[in-house]
Write a protein that binds this ligand. Structure first.
Ligand code: FES
Length: 156
């Protein structure tokens, strides 16, 4: 997780909460940073907008809210042996599930990233994206921008 706090970060008003539609992302350029703000399941997240695979804009991607996913039951695929024995993977009636999301899916090759931690969850991306602290003050979306992105001295 790449969130920074304290003197290394400057909280900046990025937009109004109405500027980022539900289940969408929006792109912003703040100093040298390509920033994405996402609105998923009523919560806001701020990350780098650049996919770590081949640099696609993640703000153009698809969001998936928090939900459970389950393995298909192994008694349906593949069928259990006639003896009714478990397949060795798990018993037929085991509920095997895990919590997924919130994630963004890159629109180019489909890598997914956890919006809370930046972790790459799906290939072809393996490196995390940077995530930033975010606060909602009234209707203002405030993001903690690391000062190195704001320092334009020496840039062209
Ligand atoms: S550019 Fe994002 S998955 Fe390839």
């Amino acid at each position: 997780m790449s969130t920074q706090t304290g003197n290394d970060v400057q909280f900046i008003r990025i937009c109004d909460i109405k500027d980022v539609s539900a289940e969408k992302g929006k792109s912003f350029r703040i100093g040298k940073l390509f920033l994405a703000v996402f609105h998923s399941d009523g919560k806001f997240f701020a990350t780098s907008d650049i996919c770590t695979h081949e640099h696609e804009l993640l703000s153009e991607g698809w969001l998936e809210g928090t939900h459970m996913e389950y393995l298909p039951r192994v008694d349906k695929y593949p069928p259990l042996p006639p003896s009714g024995e478990a397949c060795g993977f798990h018993a037929p009636d085991d509920p095997v599930g895990w919590l997924v999301g919130p994630t963004v899916e890159c629109p180019r090759h489909g890598a997914t990233f956890d919006l809370r931690t930046g972790e790459a969850k799906t290939l072809p991306a393996s490196e995390p994206i940077e995530v930033f602290a975010i606060e909602i003050k009234g209707s203002d979306v405030m993001v903690g921008i690391p000062v190195q992105y704001l320092d334009t001295a020496g840039s062209h």
